[in-house]
Design a protein around this ligand. Sequence first.
Ligand SMILES: [Cu+2]
Length: 512
Amino acid sequence: MDDKIYQNYFFDEPAFNTHDGGYVPLVPANIEPQRLRIPEIAKPDKRDGQDVYYTLTAQTGEVQLLPGAKTKTWGYNAPLLGQTFVFNSGETIHMHLVNELPELTTFHWHGLNIPGPIEDGGCHAPVYPKGSRDVTFTLHQPAAMTWLHAHPCPETAAQVWHGLAAAVIVKDDHEAALPLPRHYGVDDIPIILQDRHFHANNQWDYRADYDPDGVQGPTPMLNGTINPYFDVTTQKLRLRFLDGANRREWRLHFSNDLPFTQIAGDSSLLPHPIKLTHLMITCAERQEIVVDFKNYHAGDTVQLFSDDVPILTLRIHDFKPDQQIIPENLFTLKTPPIDPEEPVKTVTMSGMDEGVLLDGTKFQMQRIDYTMPMHQVQIWDIVNSNNTRNGMIHPFHMHGLSFQVLSRNGKAPYPNETGLKDVVSVNPEEHVRIKVWFNVPGIFMYHCHILEHEDGGMMAQIKVVDPKHPDVHYDLMDHMTLMSAFAKERGVSMADLWLGGMQSYQEMGMDM
Ligand SMILES: [Cu+2]
């Protein structure tokens, strides 16, 4: 491996969310340390060769997060967050989706390259309370940690805040043959990074905390654990970070600037591992690292920090020496050649607060903003038109594909975005070029992944046409249908319905 150790966060410091007027600083929770919750792995109902069948239920729950009253939460096959789904590339997954929540939801597979808009589970695939939906998809993509979250527009942010987010690990033969830690729960740990504000009786109150630039809370919550610790029993520990926060960026580092190795980004391993002491993760991104504790002994502790706030205590126990070396070549990035006839497509994210727009307008569920053929390869130029003085970073996400980051303002991508990704964060006044191609057809959303920005309309949709079946008709939902359902479920009139994203449209005088 290159001996270079990167010691900065790569992103433009003036755009860090800490400079925002509405920033909510993290405060360590003043409670007894809690064992880090490790989500159970979801068990299939049935396996039949490459066909795997699951039941996935969105449900309400109550969790003892703080001393005193339990917190009312939502989750997937669990009271909070969810079970972890482990899929193998090549399998056909049959999902029986069940909604036991009091309101409609959708089940979006963030990072899975599967057809839209129904399988993908965006806003066009609602499952109503006491209802269900069955989807089937076949996976053809490299090993990665993807995730599952709710995506009903404009209520995505509130539902994720209630807890609807879970890790989805994709495995393949290539990754399985590499000498990397992969004993789930022991040396291979998903870590869902979130922040919450606890109100009276330890409850969350999304509306009270509402901020159109993204809801934040002062209390770090990792895998639904407040003030967590983890017992390290192996020399090497693989941590699969997911930024599952609505808005917060995490700037991660360990005590004494312990160097670590990054092995994967969102949608694949990195071609080559890199060494770092500091790692920034933005909304919806995944960053996978391996930490080596060879210089530590039983009884030592190592803290994980975000900025200067400790968020996880690693308690070191005895471990067997581990001589395995992380290979220099982890992944061969094979992407198709760009079609030279195709012009560069520009996408502009603009505004802040309620004024967020994508390409000068707000999302409309019935409007197709762009059409492209499946398998065509294009360059997209993603622009953040916020200014560097008081603008913010917008994490750009596309459904239905993995892309390659080609350049940032004409310069090389960051060293840890050299694999496949599905989120790329764009600094103010920056433009990021990505290589875009779809291997599946359908209608897909692309948007800022600050959840309140997507609900507020910083989102658009693409129709990807399979040239062999150009005339497929898609029945698209619309905001009014979903909002009427929310009003009915809550027993309020449309005039009294409040969903965070609605304000953004109203304040801009735009219809939903
Ligand atoms: Cu944004």
